[in-house]
Design a protein around this ligand. Structure first.
Ligand code: AMP
Ligand code: MG
Length: 521
């Protein structure tokens, strides 16, 4: 197996070389020495050939037994220097103090084949100084979800951390999956995730909350130079970088709203400064259109992180970051302008994406009303958000058949009752599409093309993931690999994948993990 070139820049920051597994508060340091726990029997369950290729690993490298040993943390390649990073965060609106990488261990920063930087981080590789009362482990079901969803999000065109590998550890991990006091051993697994930077908003909030402004300044300057090199020479570089973070966050959230993704735990420690979707936990997909929906049972009462609230939460998170930075960046107006820029940029991107979802070649002021009426109709007709938009693409604007959409509804009786209202909406939409340009046939073709690229056919819906998990737990990896293959091309209808492009089946309604799930992972 080839050894890539490592350049562990993060280790040049102030760090700490104490006991690698003893939980503690870590002061004046941005990382701690860590050591992956030896796992009894690493087995590779899945790998991303595109991520491996970017790091310089061939299919033969991935197939060697050493690969699974390395990606379980049992073998360190020359250049790997494991560490866990120190961060804090606001969890569900309250300041939580020091959190840190409690079960994530970075192995190093690889300079990839195209010269770009890729930090490799094992999730579930054992205790670190930040594990608090946790065990540093991850179970197969949560690791499989993270592996599949991060690769699916990438294929969907959504900014995200990537996943290189999914390795079963051969170790049993004790969990109380339903938080009902019934603990059980579950199979353990480790994901190796990959990103140019795993810096979170919480990395900046912690030194700020502790009044360690020198450390905060050191980390900020480091991030500007490593992760925002293109802006490092700007005269107002600190503000330019904060504005870039706001814009990247806006773009990420607009994409989540486009595809019905609900992150589930939008705490500031789960927010990447690069605007990458990070930390896949109890995420889910809004199937039946309902902006109040959240997949996270731990948030079922308050619904702080519900689908429709995600744009506001991201703004709140950015204001926490701005607050942390306000002690080292004097231009507070510039920081406030960043928050306003987030709102403008989100609205711009959200509108642009909705325009494409509806197949409109331009956006007119009255289209906002068309969209609002559609949302109300989706709710009333109990339609699946994703299937509706995908099927809208197949609707003939000259010959509207409302019955074609029936298979996307979760309630046949409601769909029937609402059929006339839905027909009226479709008529309004069809005449709008036809008048987009004077050249009607071409307008319709261009409209369908825009819709095809904005409305996915396949998503890693929770019940699909759950089927792949149950099979993988019985050593049958075929459903996992089939799902991964289909999700590589989420906008292309595929012959052997019709079962994946369906509304949630009834058997999945009340089964744990199939629609909603807890934070237990
Ligand atoms: P999360 O809710 O997964 O974003 O985790 C929040 C914090 O808890 C982070 O600091 C994690 O590292 C830590 N954490 C979560 N699960 C574990 C675990 N099993 N062992 C140790 N730390 C954990
Ligand atoms: Mg987290």
């Amino acid at each position: 197996m080839q050894t890539p070139i490592f350049d562990n820049r993060f280790r040049t920051l102030p760090g700490e070389h104490g006991d690698p597994v003893a939980s503690r508060q870590v002061w004046n340091a941005l990382w701690s020495e860590a050591r992956p726990t030896r796992m009894p029997a690493p087995t590779l369950l899945a790998a991303s050939s595109s991520v491996a290729g970017a790091l310089g690993w061939s299919a033969d490298d991935v197939a060697t037994p050493t690969f699974a040993e390395v990606l379980a943390g049992n073998v360190l390649l020359p250049g790997m220097q494991p560490w866990a990073s120190n961060y804090g965060g606001h969890q569900f609106g309250a300041w939580a103090g020091q959190l840190g990488d409690g079960r994530a261990i970075s192995l190093g920063e690889v300079i990839g084949v195209d010269g770009s930087r890729h930090e490799l981080q094992l999730k579930g590789a054992g205790l670190t100084p930040y594990s608090r009362r946790g065990d540093g482990r991850a179970v197969l079901r949560s690791s499989l979800r993270e592996f599949v969803c991060s690769e699916a999000m990438h294929a969907l065109g959504v900014p995200t951390t990537r996943a290189l590998s999914l390795v079963a550890t051969g170790e049993g991990v004790l969990r109380d999956m339903l938080y009902n006091g019934r603990t059980a051993h579950e199979p353990g697994a480790i994901v190796c995730r990959v990103a140019p930077s795993f810096l979170r908003f919480g990395h900046f909030e912690l030194p700020s909350a502790r009044g360690d402004f020198a450390l905060l300044r050191t980390l900020w300057d480091f991030m500007v130079e490593r992760d925002f090199a293109g802006l490092a020479d700007q005269p107002d570089r600190d503000i330019a970088v904060f504005h870039a973070i706001c814009e990247r966050t806006a773009l990420m959230i607009a994409h989540w709203m486009r595809i019905g993704f609900v992150h589930g735990v939008m705490n500031t420690d789960n927010f990447s400064v690069l605007g990458l979707t990070l930390d896949y936990g109890p995420f889910g997909w809004m199937e039946e259109y309902n902006p109040d929906w959240t997949p996270n049972t731990t948030d079922a009462r308050e619904r702080r992180y519900r689908f429709g609230e995600q744009p506001n939460v991201a703004h709140w998170n950015l204001s926490c970051l701005a607050g942390a930075l306000s002690s080292i960046i004097e231009d507070h107006d510039g920081l406030r302008e960043g928050l306003r820029r987030y709102v403008r940029y989100f609205n711009l991107e959200h509108t642009r994406m909705n325009q494409a979802k509806l197949g409109l070649l331009s956006w007119r002021s009255e289209d906002a009303d068309l969209l609002q009426r559609l949302y109300r109709q989706l709710h009333a007709s109990r339609l699946d958000f994703t299937l509706f938009f995908r099927q809208l693409m197949h609707v003939d604007v000259r010959d509207l058949q409302v019955a074609d959409l029936a298979s996307a509804s979760y309630d046949a009786a409601e769909f029937e009752r609402e059929a006339t209202a839905l027909q009226e909406w479709l008529q309004g939409w069809a005449s709008r599409v036809r008048t987009d340009t004077a050249d009607e046939p071409n307008a319709v073709i261009a409209s369908k093309q825009a819709m095809r690229l904005s409305n996915p056919c396949y998503l890693p819906r929770n019940w699909l993931l759950q089927q792949a998990i149950q099979s993988a737990e019985q050593q049958d990896l075929a459903p996992l690999h089939h799902l991964l293959r289909v999700l590589q091309r989420p906008y292309d209808e595929q012959a052997d994948a019709s079962a994946f492009a369906q509304r949630r089946p009834e058997w999945a309604n009340d089964l744990p993990g199939c629609t909603v799930l807890s934070c237990s992972s």
